[in-house]
Design a binder for this molecule. Structure first.
Ligand code: SF4
Length: 323
């Protein structure tokens, strides 16, 4: 884990609390995927993708706007041949870079990702992986090992569902064995996916779920490489969001076609960065505020932990161990 940088923290706080601008640009860098997971809507309606030149322009504007982190994700970023150039461009503009991938192409491409600072790989199960993703885990594990050899710092990202409740501890041990970090978040039953999928995957045995998450808290206390704060883990053990959402104060969420969305759940397009990033940020302000006001909440770890950090919750400041 990189050490805490007071200079970086001050820069982020200045940008978010004083200038009232986001610090992270979360970008759906492409629209296609090489998996067909039943619980994911991104691959089902692939839309337009921004060209490399459009992304470069967005990154230039993001840097001038004071954004400090560029995170490339959805649908599967490694399907983009020009991803290394995009990361290189982000770095050249002073941005910290992150990538979220299913890991299938990592073994082939890890060495190309020279300008990547933070790598997250989705691994939702060991025995259940095939059932969840429709493919065996071995390719992804090979990818993680190749990325480790190439010097990358890695976070395994696990979505908790009914299929893997009994495997969470094994996943922590897998992370220990691989020399990676691990994060957990509960499945979000989003709109646009059939009811039967949620009946199959949704967390229905609340007691088993609570017990499994409390076990994660014990493991975290005893030094396991779980990045989530204890405050967050306690919250997801009950599956009840208890936080004031600051997602849109912190993260500028840009979809693959350049649309600004409030967050990955509230995905209605509010403006488009192709007409200028700052203009789109201003134009989407009212829409973002209204969405946050009426939202019943979610439990995505990035939104919750960052919202708690934004409010200086001490335990989260001490124990949320990523970035
Ligand atoms: S709480 Fe609502 S508005 Fe905030 S990130 Fe979650 S879904 Fe989006």
């Amino acid at each position: 884990m990189r050490s805490f940088s007071p200079r970086l923290a001050a820069k982020a706080l200045w940008q978010m609390r004083i200038r009232k601008r986001p610090y992270v640009l979360s970008h759906g860098v492409n629209a296609r995927c090489n998996l067909r997971c039943s619980f994911c809507q991104y691959w089902q309606e692939p839309g337009r993708e921004m060209s490399k030149e459009e992304i470069f322009r967005m990154l230039d504007e993001a840097s001038s706007f004071g954004i400090g982190v560029y995170n490339a994700w959805t649908a599967e970023p490694l399907l983009r041949e020009d991803l290394p150039q995009i990361l290189e461009h982000a770095k050249s503009r002073g941005l910290i870079t992150g990538l979220v991938t299913n890991g299938l192409l990592l073994a082939k491409r890890a060495k190309e990702l020279r300008d990547l600072d933070y790598l997250s790989v989705s691994v939702d199960g060991i025995k259940s992986y095939r059932e969840l993703r429709g493919i065996g885990l071995e390719n992804t594990l090979q990818g993680i090992r190749a990325a480790k050899r190439a010097g990358h710092e890695i976070l395994i990202n696990c979505v908790i569902s009914s299929k893997n409740t009994g495997e969470l501890e094994d996943l922590v041990h897998l992370a220990e064995k691989l020399g990676t970090w691990i994060s957990f978040e509960p499945l979000h039953e989003s709109a646009g996916i059939s009811e039967s999928v949620w009946r199959d995957l949704g967390i229905r045995d609340r007691s088993a779920h609570e017990k499994a998450v409390h076990r994660l808290m014990e493991l975290k206390r005893s030094g396991a490489p779980i990045i989530n704060s204890l405050t967050y883990l306690e919250m997801i053990s009950t599956l009840k969001p208890k936080f004031k959402c600051h997602a849109s104060d912190i993260i500028l969420h840009v979809a693959s076609d350049g649309s600004i969305e409030n967050c990955r759940v509230q995905g209605q397009p509010l403006a488009n960065v192709l007409g200028g990033l700052e203009e789109a940020w201003q134009a989407s302000k009212k829409g973002r505020e209204e969405i946050v006001r009426s939202c019943p909440g979610c439990l995505f770890f990035g939104y919750v932990e960052n919202s708690l950090l934004y409010e200086f919750v001490p335990e989260v400041l001490r124990h949320y161990e990523w970035m």
